[in-house]
Design a protein around this ligand. Structure first.
Ligand SMILES: [Zn+2]
Ligand SMILES: [Zn+2]
Length: 235
């Protein structure tokens, strides 16, 4: 993990406040070495080629190593993502738990929490669905980063500690097998060092990310550095 990086920053191409140029200027002023531009897409998004071209253009005039990422939600337990066509120019896909990827499709976390409370769904099955969807999303030709993993749990009324260790271990093994990566998110303050430990022990790259939606939070870490220290202390 390199603290001189921010691997998840939004621009005006989706819901960020600042243009790519502004985000890169901020990264330069902080002395960051790497920045990944990440914007939200859905099945009907049509601006990805323009966006990728804009990232390439800005990359030519900065020493910051830029990558072009898109963020898409996990849809269901097959690992399908809410992606448009025509994303060949993108460097990396961020697979995100914005809704709960149940076998029948993306479901609002509050509804899932209510169904657990009514005894219609088991918490263990929900955790397994999230982890299975994530693991299956990794098996593709484009590089994938697991985005703010488990950020959805508090919205359901669950916690990272509720996830069985063997389930997390399996996901870590799948991430290593497929050569993919995971981030630790400053914005969402997850995953925990505990969750990340099996990833670290398998050599899965752990990226530092702010998930910034404006330039003034880029590259500023607190939670991420705590996680870094905890993982370092355990190594
Ligand atoms: Zn997200
Ligand atoms: Zn994001």
């Amino acid at each position: 993990m390199n603290p001189r990086q921010d691997m998840h920053v939004h621009s005006t191409f989706s819901d960020g406040r600042d243009p790519i140029e502004g985000n890169v200027a901020e990264a330069e002023s902080l002395g960051l070495e790497q920045l990944t531009c990440v914007d939200h897409v859905r099945r009907d998004t049509s601006w990805v080629p323009e966006y990728a071209a804009a990232v390439r253009r800005v990359a030519q005039s900065t020493d910051v190593e830029l990558a072009c990422g898109i963020e898409a939600k996990l849809l269901d337990t097959t690992g399908a993502l809410d992606l448009p066509g025509g994303i060949g120019d993108v460097d990396v896909i961020y697979a995100a738990d914005h809704q709960v990827p149940l076998p029948e499709g993306p479901t609002h976390p509050r509804e899932v929490g209510e169904r657990i409370a009514r005894g219609e769904l088991a918490a263990g099955d929900v955790l397994e669905a999230i982890v299975t969807a994530t693991a299956r999303a990794l098996d593709r030709d484009t590089p994938v980063v697991i985005a703010h993993f488990f950020s959805i749990l508090p919205k359901i009324g669950l916690a990272e500690a509720d996830a069985p260790a063997d389930l997390i271990d399996w996901l870590a093994a799948e991430t290593a097998r497929t050569g993919q990566r995971i981030e630790v998110s400053e914005r969402w303050r997850c995953p925990s060092a505990e969750t990340l430990r099996p990833f670290a022990s398998r050599g899965v790259p752990i990226l530092l990310s702010t998930d910034s939606h404006s330039r003034d939070t880029i590259g500023r870490y607190d939670h991420c550095l705590d996680v870094l220290r905890e993982l370092g202390a355990a190594a």
